[in-house]
Design a protein around this ligand. Structure first.
Ligand code: TYD
Length: 137
């Protein structure tokens, strides 16, 4: 199942009393090339983000600050993951519907993505997404 591939990756951590450091290297700590980085911030309380799936994009989602919940759905099964450590990344493979909510105050959600922004790669309609999931085993 696609959902089983969506796991929390433990990223390298250099702990230091003067401040910890984490790094992410393409094709070493994430299973893809990193072509784009974007981040959500100043998210108002109660907001829900996401509400879409990607056809081919691979992503790693990191709570750089604060916390939030990510609800994943591969069209067959669902799971929710709470992200609250900046040394953890949630890998989200293609063809996963996701919603993000329960943002804490000051939360920053950073996403490492395998490709440039392309609206044609999105499913923004849940029924269209599940129709296509049924076509591809
Ligand atoms: P969207 O991916 O729907 O955001 P979220 O999943 O966080 O709710 O994108 C919101 C808007 O920003 C949409 O108009 C597309 C635009 N956008 C870009 O122009 N470039 C990007 O890299 C991303 C992620 C979004």
């Amino acid at each position: 199942m696609k959902l089983d591939k969506c796991q929390i990756y433990d990223l390298p951590r250099i702990n230091d009393p003067l401040g910890n450091l984490t790094f992410v290297e393409a094709n070493r700590h994430v299973p893809f090339d990193i072509r784009r980085v974007y981040y959500l911030y100043d998210v108002p309380g109660g907001a829900k983000r996401g509400g879409h799936a990607h056809k081919a994009l691979h992503q790693l989602i990191i709570a750089m600050s604060g916390s939030f919940d990510i609800h994943l759905d591969d069209g067959h099964a669902k799971k929710t993951i709470h992200l609250n450590h900046s040394y953890n990344g949630l890998y989200v493979c293609p063809m996963i519907w996701r919603e993000i909510d329960n943002f804490s105050s000051g939360a920053v959600c950073m996403v490492l993505a395998s490709d440039y922004y392309d609206e044609a790669d999105y499913y923004r309609d849940y029924d269209l997404f599940t129709d296509d999931v049924k076509k591809v085993p």
